[in-house]
Design a binder for this molecule. Sequence first.
Ligand SMILES: [Zn+2]
Length: 309
Amino acid sequence: MNWITRIKNASERIKSAIRRRATKSEISASKYISCHGVPTEKKIIEENNYVCPECNAHHFISPSQRFTMMFGENNWRKIDSPLVKDPDPYKWVDTKKYKDRLKEAKKNTGQDSAILSCEAKINDIDVVASAVNFKYIGGSISMDESENVLASIKTAIEKKCPYIFVSGSGGMRMMTNMLSLMQMTRMTIGINELKKNNLPYIVVIASPSTGGLQASICSTGDICIGEKNATMAFAGRRIVEATSQTDLPENFQTVEWQMEKGQVDIVLERKDIAPTIGTLLTILLKKNSVISTEQDETTENTQSLSKIA
Ligand SMILES: [Zn+2]
């Protein structure tokens, strides 16, 4: 074998070793998803509220799927909110026009903004809930999103009912710059109105919850529930590592770590979030108890929830 043949054979081996990466459309069309290092059937994960039954990984769930899971199918009603006249005042262009990104996000998610809100019931208690869709430009927050939050808070105050906010956002939207940062204040003022009206405000931290949303309405809940293994942070791990020059624990910025530091009250698996909110609201609103105290386990849970409340 001469050197030309050896090089040719080596290049063939390299070519076959490098696998072509699947495109986005191929991934979404596939029946499988990569989880715990192996291809796992999407259907199995979907049927388990988008939680892997093998490794308990909590996968992405859209706001409408989450509302259906929390409140039951057709047991929640969308709250419409006004949209701003000009969502792109800076005419922002990066690798794409922001205007085109918005169109694409609306088409892909079927939502008008990154936040979907609804009126629903838990434990027969009226609630208003909002959830962020990470697939809508990384769940980033701009004017339309804060309008949605404010419309929901207004509904909660009118109906005198609690407000639930489910996060899942990369932070504020850089394409609208200062105008998006201003929304942190507007939404926080909205939450203050809820508190003035003595209405409970419950935050659910789903992954990822980072940046400006974390620094505003996600940190002002009366009760903060972390969804298992969710990331909750302001600045990212690499930035903290680089600026503090320290070794950070493996679970740094997970909700479990934040609970140790007092930022989160309780960490729950996805399936347990809605029943726990129901129990907490029953306690907070001093409703006639629908909590069974027959079983020791339930009594213990109720006692620990009363402590949180
Ligand atoms: Zn898995």
